[in-house]
Write a protein that binds this ligand. Structure first.
Ligand SMILES: C[S@@+](CC[C@H](N)C(=O)[O-])C[C@H]1O[C@@H](n2cnc3c(N)ncnc32)[C@H](O)[C@@H]1O
Length: 332
């Protein structure tokens, strides 16, 4: 079957459904609603409820249509998933929380968002609920700051050279999407014929502008608190940096002692989560054939062992160097 490229293809949908088993009903949180691919599938099972979040207000159009059909089983909030804990969900029996990170096909294709190096015009890259744009970052940050963003968020090997060229060129003219692509293309010596030369810098800028590192860490911590006993936390990632953070978080809370020392010792589990599968799930050959962008997707999940909300994690410390880079944006 050929996929419909006007729509977002919900990645690893069958795997998600087989893990969260909405056939048995329950309340689920879809932290990255997008075009509602997961939400619609979950709601197709009786006795299910979905609380959906998305930082992009464009998602509300699709959400409004779902609301009409499932008025009493669906609620949408235009919020970031780092705000999950503010939703006052303490008394809800949340059975599963899903994060499908990255961008939907419609966002990448939206010229106003300027997420792609094929976009014409302003460097924007704001997904929604942001403090600054990529244009401000590129035109205002120092060469060293830009270098660190490209190196650590994009794993760009020629980060320093590109950053220096940007600082030189912006003295003549403000940099937009096309001029940034040109600078990267001109500066990079080592060309990779499989990927566009601007891919890594654009990835780095998207992560920086949307504060994706602190969003992800705060989102994971909040989700771990909101879940109830036997609740499932599922995360789909699309690049190695995201996966490294998710893997560390889920693994460390499944293997090391993670329950706070303030919790009474009686009947207390040693770890917050149980991890049934150490290796991530990846798309099937069939899915890869139908949806090429799914090729980098990795799905990891854990099950919460008990109703504990007070746990210890060193995740912020572990990725402190990345948070420090993200904080360059505080002055913009
Ligand atoms: C890959 S798409 C999700 C697609 C969705 N699973 C579907 O099937 O239609 C990712 C979505 O997450 C949203 N998103 C990314 N970061 C977010 C955050 N920190 N808080 C809330 N939504 C976020 C994006 O705006 C985008 O709509």
């Amino acid at each position: 079957m050929v996929s419909d490229f006007a729509k977002h293809y919900p990645v690893l949908l069958n795997e998600i459904i087989s893990i969260i088993t909405p056939q048995h009903g329950g309340t689920f949180i879809d932290c990255t609603f997008g075009q509602g691919g997961y939400t619609k599938k979950i709601l197709s099972y009786k006795n299910t409820q979905v609380i959906a979040l998305d930082r992009d207000i464009e998602s509300k159009k699709e959400a409004d249509q779902i609301s009409e059909k499932f008025r009493d089983r669906f609620v949408f909030k235009n919020k970031k998933f780092s705000q999950l804990e503010n939703l006052k969900l303490k008394n809800e029996n949340i059975k599963g929380i899903i994060f499908d990170l990255g961008y939907s096909y419609t966002q990448i294709k939206d010229p106003i968002k300027g997420l792609s190096f094929n976009a014409i015009g302003d460097l924007n890259m704001r997904m929604g609920i942001n403090d600054f744009s990529a244009k401000e970052a590129i035109n205002k940050l120092s060469a060293i700051e830009l270098e660190k963003i490209f190196k650590f968020f994009g794993e760009e090997k020629e980060a320093k050279k590109i950053a220096n060229q940007i600082v030189l060129m912006r003295k003549k003219k403000e940099i937009d999407t096309q001029s940034l692509v040109e600078i990267i293309d001109r500066t990079k010596k080592k060309k990779n014929f499989k990927t566009h030369s601007a891919t890594k810098v654009f990835q780095a800028l998207r992560i920086f502008v949307n504060k994706e590192i602190s969003e992800l860490i705060t989102g994971l911590i909040s989700a771990s608190k909101v879940l109830k006993k036997n609740g499932i936390l599922i995360v789909v990632t699309f690049h190695s940096l995201e996966d490294k953070i998710v893997k560390y978080f889920l693994k460390s809370l499944s293997e090391n002692k993670s329950i706070s020392r303030y919790v009474p010792k009686v009947d207390q589990p040693e770890t917050l989560f149980k991890m049934l599968e150490k290796k991530p799930r990846t798309p099937s050959v069939k899915e890869l054939r139908e949806n090429i962008p799914s090729r980098s997707a990795k799905l990891r999940y854990v099950i919460k062992k008990d109703n504990f909300y007070d746990f210890e994690t060193d995740i912020f410390k572990k990725f402190k160097h990345l948070i420090e880079i993200e904080n360059f944006g505080n002055k913009l």
